[in-house]
Write a protein that binds this ligand. Structure first.
Ligand SMILES: CC(C)(COP(=O)(O)OP(=O)(O)OC[C@H]1O[C@@H](n2cnc3c(N)ncnc32)[C@H](O)[C@@H]1OP(=O)(O)O)[C@@H](O)C(=O)NCCC(=O)NCCS
Length: 172
């Protein structure tokens, strides 16, 4: 993953030194559980999570004015590439994740040559739903899943290359 610069953000590989900034939002009950993970209990836990992310080589830290405020990356499930993201609550609703997602989607199609990108969200996560619709992903279905022992309805979306190419000029 090469670093990506946008108007306001630097997206770069996650590093151990991000632990303090990540812990700040990872303890927030409104952040992790919306993405399927429990709030962190200690900075040691955050460091272990970062270690896994470093090894996966698929996660960017989102850096805004020198502070790490979230992550965005891809994970592979059943041979499908899913985009995933979380943001420190202090930075919500400023268009930051829209800006980060557009840049990463352009990178995934243009540099990594993916033909389709998937995203999913829990049925009750209306913030993520709004973001996904703003990015013009199309709904392809829903499924039931067990997350942290709880039954959850998950909505799944995709964007294919031809649909993305229609958007790209407007995004850049
Ligand atoms: C979902 C999340 C990443 C959105 O990040 P953000 O930077 O605040 O999003 P943006 O400002 O780019 O907003 C994009 C769109 O998302 C929707 N949205 C974002 N925040 C919203 C809110 N508080 N209420 C309603 N809609 C919201 C809107 O449709 C918005 O478009 P608009 O501003 O033109 O109306 C952020 O709320 C978050 O980290 N939530 C917790 C973790 C999470 O849910 N991760 C995703 C798991 S699928």
């Amino acid at each position: 993953m090469t670093p990506i610069k946008t108007k306001r953000l630097l997206l770069r590989k996650i590093v151990y030194e991000d632990a303090k900034d990540m812990f700040e939002y990872a303890v927030d009950p409104e952040v992790g559980p919306k993405a399927g993970w429990l709030p962190h209990k200690s900075i040691e836990e955050t460091k272990r999570v970062i270690e896994g992310m470093i090894n996966s080589n698929e996660i960017y830290s989102i850096v805004y004015q020198t502070k790490m405020i979230g992550t965005i990356g891809i994970h592979t499930k059943n041979d499908k590439k899913y985009l995933g993201y979380v943001l420190n609550r202090n930075y919500w609703r400023q268009g930051i994740m829209t800006e980060a997602c557009k840049a990463v989607i352009i990178y995934l199609f243009n540099e990594l040559n993916l033909d389709v990108i998937y995203i999913s969200h829990f049925l009750d996560n209306h913030k993520s739903e709004g973001l996904i619709k703003k990015l013009d992903f199309e709904l392809i279905g829903s499924k039931k899943d067990i997350v942290q022992g709880e039954p959850k309805e998950v909505l799944e979306y995709k964007i294919e290359r031809f649909r993305f190419e229609r958007k790209m000029l407007r995004w850049q």
